[in-house]
Design a binder for this molecule. Structure first.
Ligand SMILES: [Zn+2]
Ligand SMILES: [Zn+2]
Length: 413
């Protein structure tokens, strides 16, 4: 059974306790930042996580979905359970920022703040293991390979929810567009489904000075790029959010040759299956006919790699109220983002919610957004991120007869 009511006067989150662990958490975050690892290669990170959890006395399971780690904390006798998830992987980006803890792994960088997410979840594990008037099981899920490799799905396929049952699941992502102290979520879609397409245009090739003897691969490909940009504006209901962006065009290697082939790659974002179907069908039709009009052939590969991230209504409410209890200015997000997230796979299995946690300076266009080579996670939000995770647990695993509060109820982190 899951509960959606948040215990507004719980006494388990203690500012002085968070302050006690904060220097260690900040040092840990900097250490993770200095040692970023790409998806399914988070061997050092997973070891750090597992050792931290073991030190707390949690039951620790490594190698779940390759490099994933699950820590289990049980209290009381209830069969209720909640899953809290953080991602551990970094990106193939050369860091341009110069913090003291700059990446020591050339070409790899924590440019999405997963070092911060991992740190905040470890902080919540620390706090809930030290104190916490809850009754049930908390599964701390540290997943690999969020950045495009579906690490969440790898963990699910490896039996995540059968081995570690969860009534509901929750995750947080730092959000540079929102200021520190602000959090948002929403029921229903919060992040888009992400598809990738690759189109190969082929069948031409010849001397650049004899265009009458060969179809022009480059001309057809250029025209195809333009036509693909009409898919959303001409085929999709203008009130439905959707996106198609061409991100790569490759072709040719000489100034005097018409290349035999050229390729186009791009991404599609949408929030419902019907829109996704229309975009794929339209893309396939245009990709076939535009090259054909030039006497060329085309091969299309279309891969739907992440579904839309859909929060369940009750759990979105839980996430929002937990954020308020954690001292955040929390509200429903007016609209979803077209970025994507593989937590979506977990939300296909379990009710749950995903929260955006502000980490910016209030500028709606941050200087270093997510995935930027100068991006850095903001350590100032570690305490409130820890508290949000803890508040979620307290709201979901309320004891039937709450015991006496062992800790000073002041909240002052
Ligand atoms: Zn990212
Ligand atoms: Zn991310």
């Amino acid at each position: 059974m899951s509960r959606t009511a948040v215990n507004g006067d719980n006494c388990l989150i203690n500012g002085s306790l968070i302050k006690e662990i904060l220097p260690r958490l900040v040092a840990l975050r900097h250490d993770l930042h200095a040692h970023p690892e790409l998806g399914f290669n988070e061997h050092r990170t997973a070891k750090v996580v597992a050792e931290f959890l073991r030190e707390l006395g949690l039951e620790v399971h490594e190698g779940v979905g390759k490099t994933g780690v699950v820590g289990v904390l049980r209290k009381g006798s209830s069969g209720r359970s909640v899953g809290l998830r953080a991602d551990m992987d970094a990106l193939p980006i050369i860091e341009q920022g110069t913090p003291d803890y700059v990446s020591t792994h050339q070409g790899v960088m924590h440019a999405c703040g997963h070092d911060g997410h991992t740190t905040m979840l470890l902080g919540a594990a620390w706090l809930l293991s030290k104190t916490g008037d809850f009754d049930g099981t908390v599964n701390f899920i540290f997943q690999p390979a969020e950045e495009g490799q579906a690490g969440a799905k790898a963990m699910i396929d490896d039996g995540l929810f059968t081995r570690f049952p969860c009534d509901s699941v929750f995750a947080v992502h730092n959000w540079p567009e929102l200021p520190v102290g602000v959090a948002q979520t929403r029921p229903g879609p919060i992040m888009a489904a992400a598809d990738r397409f690759d189109i190969r245009v082929y069948g031409g090739g010849g001397h650049a000075a004899q265009p009458h003897l060969s179809p022009d691969t480059m001309l057809a490909t250029s025209e195809l790029v333009v036509q693909l940009n009409t898919v959303v504006s001409r085929c999709i209901d203008p009130t439905d959010p959707a996106l198609l962006t061409v991100t790569q065009v490759h072709g040719g290697f000489s100034h005097n040759m018409i290349p035999a082939e050229a390729t186009i790659t791009g991404t599609v974002r949408s929030f419902d299956l019907r829109t996704q179907d229309i975009i794929e069908a339209s893309l396939r039709r245009i990709a076939e006919h535009v090259p054909a009009a030039h006497g060329l052939d085309a091969e299309v590969k279309y891969h739907r790699y992440y579904p839309a991230t859909i929060n369940s209504e009750a759990e979105a409410e839980v996430a929002l109220r937990a954020a308020k209890n954690a001292g955040l200015q929390a509200s429903f997000a007016p609209k979803p983002a077209l970025t994507s997230e593989d937590f979506s796979f977990m939300l296909q299995e379990k009710p749950g919610a995903y929260l955006w946690l502000g980490q910016g300076d209030g500028s709606p266009k941050p200087l270093a957004p997510l995935h930027h080579p100068r991006y850095d996670f903001n350590d100032d939000i570690i305490p409130v991120g820890v508290r949000w995770f803890v508040e979620v647990v307290l709201s979901q695993l309320i004891p039937d007869s709450p015991g006496d509060c062992p800790i000073n109820p002041s909240i002052s982190s």
